[in-house]
Structure formats: C-alpha cells, structure tokens
Design a protein around this ligand. Structure first.
Ligand SMILES: *[C@@H]1O[C@H](CO)[C@@H](O)[C@H](O)[C@H]1NC(C)=O
Ligand SMILES: *[C@@H]1O[C@H](CO)[C@@H](O)[C@H](O)[C@H]1NC(C)=O
Ligand SMILES: *[C@@H]1O[C@H](CO)[C@@H](O)[C@H](O)[C@H]1NC(C)=O
Ligand SMILES: *[C@@H]1O[C@H](CO)[C@@H](O)[C@H](O)[C@H]1NC(C)=O
Ligand SMILES: *[C@@H]1O[C@H](CO)[C@@H](O)[C@H](O)[C@H]1NC(C)=O
Ligand SMILES: *[C@@H]1O[C@H](CO)[C@@H](O)[C@H](O)[C@H]1NC(C)=O
Ligand SMILES: *[C@@H]1O[C@H](CO)[C@@H](O)[C@H](O)[C@H]1NC(C)=O
Ligand SMILES: *[C@@H]1O[C@H](CO)[C@@H](O)[C@H](O)[C@H]1NC(C)=O
Ligand SMILES: *[C@@H]1O[C@H](CO)[C@@H](O)[C@H](O)[C@H]1NC(C)=O
Ligand SMILES: *[C@@H]1O[C@H](CO)[C@@H](O)[C@H](O)[C@H]1NC(C)=O
Ligand SMILES: *[C@@H]1O[C@H](CO)[C@@H](O)[C@H](O)[C@H]1NC(C)=O
Ligand SMILES: *[C@@H]1O[C@H](CO)[C@@H](O)[C@H](O)[C@H]1NC(C)=O
Length: 593
C-alpha cells in the first residue's frame, strides 16, 4: 500500500477545532465523577450510585452509597489519572470519612495513599462530618494525581453519601470548558501510536499546575505523621511566579526541573502550545541565578541548595532556546540574553586542558557516576554551545558566536578522541570506565556531535541491541528511563532507523506504560526496572514513583517531528521542512498551529 500523508500547517492564530478529538483524554468540564467501582471491602451498598453514569437527575429517586461502620470502604476508579480537590455530599449528621488516593492500582488501600516522599505512604484525608451537606477538600489538600479514590468509614455508625466528585485542577489558567482545546493532532493507522501521542499530551496537561501549590516532596508546612504513622501532606509552597507553570510530575515533585522541560516543551508546543507555563517555570531558574553565572539545580533553591548541577544548568539554557524556537518570541530572548550568556560562560569555565568540561558536582537526573569528563555533560555542552552560536548571531554578537564555535569544535574533537569506543559503537561515560551510558550516547547523536553517518547508525544499532522486553536500559541508573529513552527515540529516527524508533514506542510506551494494569492507561510513568517492576533504584519508596511525568512524553514530539516530519528550521517555523519517516505506517495525519 502506498503511504498517504496529510500535513496541515495553519497560520498562528487560527481557531479551527483540531480533528481526532475523540482521542483527547482531557475532561470537558472540571467536575469529574468516577467511572467504575474498583474494590469494595466490608459492608457497602449502592456503591454504583456515585458513578458518573449513576448520578440521579432531578426528580429521580435518590439512591445513596451506604458505607458500613468500622472501616468499610469502596474504591472508585476514574478510568484515567486526574488531579484535584475531592468533594462529597452526605445525608448523615455525624461521622468520620477517610479518603485515600493512588495513581497505580498497586497502592490502593483504605489505610493510606500512595507516596510523595521517601519515608512512608501518605496519610488519608479525614473529614469530620458535623451535619448533612456538602464537604470539600481545603485548597492546600489538592491531590496532584490519582486514578483511584477510596472512601472509608472511620466511624462507628453507617455513613450515607449521595454525591462524590473531584474538581479538576490541572491547567489552572485555562477556562473550565476549554481543557480539550488542543492546537495539534496526530493520527495514523496504528492505534498504539495514536494512544501514546494523546497520553503524552494529557500528561503534559496534568503536570501544568498552579505555582502556589508546588513542591510535594519537601513540605515546609505539614511535617509529622497521623496516629497510624503515615505522612501528613499538603500543597502550600509557591515555586514560581505567574498563574500556571510546567513542572516535572503531577503527584511529585511539582517543581520546575529544567531536564524534564527539555522533553516537555517540544511536546507542549505541538499539543496545546501553552508556552507561557514553560516561561514561568524557566523564570524561576533565572530569578535565582548566582553571581558566578550558575543557575540553581531546580527552580526553587530555597529547598534545593546552591550547589550547581552542570547538566541541569545547561538544560535550563536549552529550555530558553526551545521556548524561542517553538514560539518565536524575540522579546523573550532579548530579555534573557545577558543572563543566558553569563550562564553559558559559567559552563565554559568548566572546560579544562583536555578540551572537555570536567564536572565536579554529582547532581544530575539521579544517575550515578556524574563526574570528570562525562560524555552526557559534554554532549549537552556541545549542544548548548551550538544553540548559543545561533542566539549570539541573533543578538548581533559575532565575536561571541565565533569564540563559542571554536569551543564547540574543541569539545567535539576531544570527545571523539577520548571517549569514543569504535569496537563497541558507543561512547564510554568517562576515561576511567567502559560503561556506555544511554544519556551521553543519545545526546551525542541528538546534539550533532557525531557527524559520521555510519557512526550514528552504529550507536543506534548498539542501543537497540541492549533492549529488554519492557524497553531500553539506562545502565547509568540500572533501570528503564522513559526520560533518556525519549532521546533514544530521536537517535533512531536521526539514524534513519525508523523501524527501531516505532518499535521502541510500541514495546515500551503502549504495551507496557499504557497497557500494564498497574499503570493509569492515560499518563506516562517516570521509571521502572528492566524486568518491568515499578521500582526505581534511586528511590527507597516504590510508592513515590510518579505516574504522570513530564520527561516520559518524548513520543509526542517525536511522532510530530520525525514521523509526521514537520520540522521548524527557524523560530516559529518561519522556515520549515516536511521530511516524514513513516516506516511501516501507511497513513499518517499530523499537524499543529
Ligand atoms: C479490608 O478491610 C480490613 C478491615 O478494615 C482491612 O484489614 C483490609 O486491609 C482491607 N482490605 C483492603 C484491600 O483495603
Ligand atoms: C476531626 O476531629 C478530631 C477529633 O475531634 C480532631 O482531632 C481532628 O483534628 C479533626 N480533623 C479535622 C480534619 O478537622
Ligand atoms: C451536592 O451538593 C452540591 C453543593 O451543594 C449541589 O450543587 C449538588 O447538586 C449536590 N449533589 C446532589 C446529587 O444532590
Ligand atoms: C474551546 O473549544 C470549545 C469547543 O470548540 C469552544 O466552544 C470554546 O470557546 C473554546 N474555548 C476557548 C477558551 O477557546
Ligand atoms: C518542616 O521541616 C522542614 C525541613 O526540616 C523545616 O524547614 C520546616 O520549618 C518544618 N515545618 C514545620 C511547620 O515544622
Ligand atoms: C500555607 O503557607 C502560608 C505561607 O505561605 C502559611 O502562612 C500558612 O499557614 C500555610 N497554611 C497551612 C494550612 O499550613
Ligand atoms: C517572582 O518575581 C520576583 C520579582 O521578579 C522575584 O524576586 C521572585 O524571586 C520571583 N519568585 C519566584 C518563585 O520565582
Ligand atoms: C566514571 O564513570 C563511571 C561509570 O559511570 C563511574 O562509576 C565513575 O564514578 C565516573 N567517574 C567520575 C569521576 O564521576
Ligand atoms: C576534575 O577536577 C577535580 C577537582 O579539581 C580533580 O580532582 C579531577 O582530577 C579532575 N578530573 C579530571 C578528569 O581531570
Ligand atoms: C538520513 O536520511 C537523510 C535523508 O535521506 C540523509 O540526509 C541523512 O544523511 C541520513 N542520515 C543517516 C545517519 O544516514
Ligand atoms: C485504555 O484506554 C483506551 C483509550 O485511550 C481504551 O480504549 C482502553 O479500553 C483502555 N484499556 C483499559 C484496560 O482500560
Ligand atoms: C520495591 O520494588 C522492588 C521490585 O518489585 C522490590 O524488590 C522491593 O522490595 C520493593 N521495595 C520495598 C521497600 O518494598
């Protein structure tokens, strides 16, 4: 069959509704009711009365959930990951209702929620019922992500509940009825890829939040535990200016993390075009730039300290370029240029006689061994210098552009000379090891540091040879990282090994990250082990793994940029190329405006 490909490019400002709306997972209103009963325990009756399909219209006989005393419970399933404030109506005059939340079915329990911190599970919310009527969670008890909600009667008399809903809080700056107003679409003859594209888009909406309810991991206002030893929690920390911000994860950390945004900003650009939330998050980095030019590790140094992370520092610089590249806002670059240049010079100051940066702080995406002449750090440095050359020219600063060109060439030749392993077809992490990391090798291709086409293909083939049944490994963290695997997808597409890129998306993102019953079937998980366990070695507590994570959404931009082939050659697509790579697909329809 001949491939058919439809691509549409609209002028900015077009208001036509996008096609394929039936795939959009975002709700049509902020009031969300559960779609199914997941579990019941103890004395429970009429639990289906509270389902979206069961809520009575006016005039109908009113059936109510009756929860028996002494910890009878019912767990509702919303069918997808959601975020917000729980609300319910009761006809009981007194009692105590507990509410627990979980993203994964693994942590469904009437005793505690899944986790936001390392030490334990999170405590249930407890409502003291002192009269019939409507009860709502206080604003600071917003839960950032959950698919399952359990109601448990902690009292000694039955409780009667006649309505239950969640007020959806993601995308706080968008009108209540406009959460499905995407600016991009993707459709092909492969339903797996279609679902992944829209799960990525919805994940990016779930992680866009009110900056006054940030930082779920380091809770400055609610330390301590409940009587059962579970951690008290609330969301009451302001981590950026503005009314919305792009963060790393919906449940946690709820912070501006620049590395996460290197995946999420291109995804946002081709789905909702909500670049203002990215700008608010990057401002939280630049507002706290240190005198020597270095940017904070995360955009909230109050809790993260002053020690730099070389990679997160350059990721923040890449982020500013991304916002400009996709949005074309010249004033944004003009505003940031002086600080951007100072930050670039700080990174350059780490380059030693070898021609490579010597990284002296361990902070990174929780991978181990980040130090010395590290390949990830140096490929990112090469990439950032390359972007910097373009930005310097944009600012008519040709002396800087020329100097950075020479430095970039030096990083490139030193990396090839010191760290390339021709017999393996992969770079080593640094001179003292043979470990070939996923991060540095994917960035060696994405950054353009490797220019020889046969070496690009060699890297793509060597990475593919390491795959397991659940995806591509990151030996540098001993797990599967959808973050670095998002860059690995690009590596295969850049190598023109389209089949490998599509196969990795299907195997890892659809067959496991969406279809495994422990997942939310709607948002994309942070990490897992090579044998498909929901465990991430850097975390002591498996329950804290985030199931809606920014940096796991790589397929959304890759499907647009490589499979759809819509590439912006200059800011906001003033010049562009259409270079589709459809592999085994015979129909692809993609576009954005
Ligand atoms: C069911 O309720 C009993 C008694 O409260 C409790 O011990 C048990 O853990 C509950 N099971 C689940 C799956 O919540
Ligand atoms: C509920 O009542 C108990 C007992 O009076 C009290 O200790 C607790 O703080 C109250 N909880 C809330 C959320 O108001
Ligand atoms: C629950 O209470 C709210 C607020 O009072 C009200 O608008 C809603 O109609 C009630 N739900 C039902 C099913 O009565
Ligand atoms: C969102 O889309 C709906 C349906 O097309 C439309 O009625 C509404 O005006 C849009 N909202 C915004 C804020 O553009
Ligand atoms: C909670 O702990 C943090 C970190 O140890 C501390 O800075 C903060 O003051 C504590 N907050 C309260 C309310 O005790
Ligand atoms: C929320 O944070 C503010 C400080 O920004 C503090 O004054 C207030 O007490 C906190 N609220 C709660 C309920 O902890
Ligand atoms: C908010 O903006 C002000 C003024 O620019 C700045 O001082 C402050 O640090 C910013 N806050 C955050 C959280 O970025
Ligand atoms: C060099 O790489 C290896 C493998 O990742 C690591 O164990 C080692 O700590 C690294 N060296 C430095 C100085 O970070
Ligand atoms: C990097 O710098 C540190 C601190 O100055 C030094 O101990 C280390 O030997 C250097 N590493 C390399 C590979 O030059
Ligand atoms: C991939 O294909 C394009 C278009 O034919 C070509 O320009 C490019 O050099 C190829 N890349 C590699 C790594 O083979
Ligand atoms: C997962 O979601 C898709 C829609 O995106 C739906 O068609 C499918 O039935 C869901 N699978 C399960 C097991 O719920
Ligand atoms: C976390 O999950 C892994 C893999 O299933 C398991 O081996 C480990 O014991 C779990 N950790 C805890 C603290 O339960």
């Amino acid at each position: 069959m001949l491939p058919s490909l439809s691509l549409l490019l609209f002028a900015v400002g077009a208001t036509a509704a996008v096609p394929y709306q039936e795939y959009i997972l975002a709700p049509s209103s902020r009031t969300i009711r559960p779609t199914a009963v997941h579990l019941r325990n103890g004395s429970v009756s009429s639990e289906t009365a509270l389902l979206d399909s069961g809520v009575p219209t006016e005039g109908q006989r009113h059936v109510r959930l009756i929860l028996g005393p002494f910890n009878s419970s019912v767990t509702y399933d919303f069918g997808k990951n959601i975020a917000g404030w729980v609300n319910f109506n009761t006809t009981s005059d007194a009692g105590t209702l507990g509410v627990t939340f979980s993203e994964s079915s693994l942590w469904v329990s009437s005793k505690a929620c899944d986790g936001t911190r390392a030490q334990n599970l999170d405590a249930p919310m407890v409502f003291n019922i002192t009269g019939a009527g409507h009860y709502a969670a206080p604003t600071i008890m917003e839960r950032g992500a959950f698919r399952y909600l359990t109601l448990v009667n902690r009292g000694s008399d039955p409780l009667s509940i006649d309505d239950l809903w969640v007020h959806f809080t993601a995308m706080p700056h968008w009108a209540d009825d406009s959460l499905r107003n995407y600016t991009g679409w993707f459709n092909s003859n492969d339903e797996k890829l279609n679902r992944v594209w829209y799960a990525g888009a919805y994940t990016l909406q779930m992680i866009t939040m009110d900056p006054t309810r940030g930082n779920a991991i380091i809770d400055l206002y609610s330390n301590g535990t409940d009587p059962d030893g579970f951690l008290l929690w609330s969301l009451n920390t302001t981590v950026a200016n503005g009314t919305s911000m792009l963060t790393d994860g919906a449940k946690r950390d709820r912070l501006a993390w620049s590395a996460d945004m290197s995946v999420s900003v291109p995804g946002v650009a081709v789905t909702t075009f909500d670049l203002v939330s990215a700008q608010n998050a990057f401002n939280a980095y630049f507002d706290y730039q240190f005198a020597d030019g270095h940017l904070p590790y995360g955009g909230f140094p109050d809790s993260l300290g002053t020690e730099p992370s070389f990679t997160y520092h350059v990721y923040a610089l890449i982020g500013v370029w991304n916002v400009y590249h996709w949005g074309g806002d010249q004033s944004y670059v003009d505003d940031k240029w002086v600080q951007w240049k100072a930050a670039m010079e700080w990174a350059i100051s780490q380059i030693d006689d070898s021609g490579l940066a010597n990284v002296t702080t361990p902070l990174d995406w929780l991978r181990s061994g980040m130090g010395g002449h590290n390949i990830e750090a140096n490929t990112l440095l090469f990439h950032t210098l390359t972007l910097g050359i373009a930005l310097a020219r944009n600012q008519n600063d040709s002396a800087t552009a020329d100097r950075w060109s020479r430095l970039a060439a030096g990083v490139q030749s030193a990396a090839m000379a010191l760290l390339w392993q021709p017999d393996v077809g992969l770079f080593k992490d640094n001179e003292t090891t043979t470990l070939a990391p996923q991060d540095g090798n994917t960035w060696a291709v994405k950054s353009g540091l490797v220019t020889d086409a046969s070496q690009v293909v060699q890297i793509s083939e060597a990475l593919e040879a390491r795959w397991g049944p659940y995806g591509a490994p990151s030996p540098e963290v001993d797990a599967v990282s959808p973050f670095i695997s998002s860059f690995e997808l690009e590596t295969h597409f850049i190598a023109n090994r389209t089949g490998a890129g599509l196969e990795l998306m299907r195997r890892m993102w659809t067959d496991f990250m969406l279809d495994d019953p422990r997942m939310t079937n709607s948002t994309l998980v942070e990490a897992f082990t090579m044998d498909g366990e929901l465990h991430y070695p850097p975390y002591a507590n498996n329950a804290t793994i985030s199931h809606a994570h920014a940096f796991s959404t790589g397929p959304t931009s890759s499907l647009m940029t490589y499979v759809g082939g819509i590439q912006l050659l200059s800011a906001a697509g003033a010049t562009w190329a259409i270079v589709p790579q459809v592999g085994d697909l015979h129909r692809v329809d993609a576009g954005f405006f």
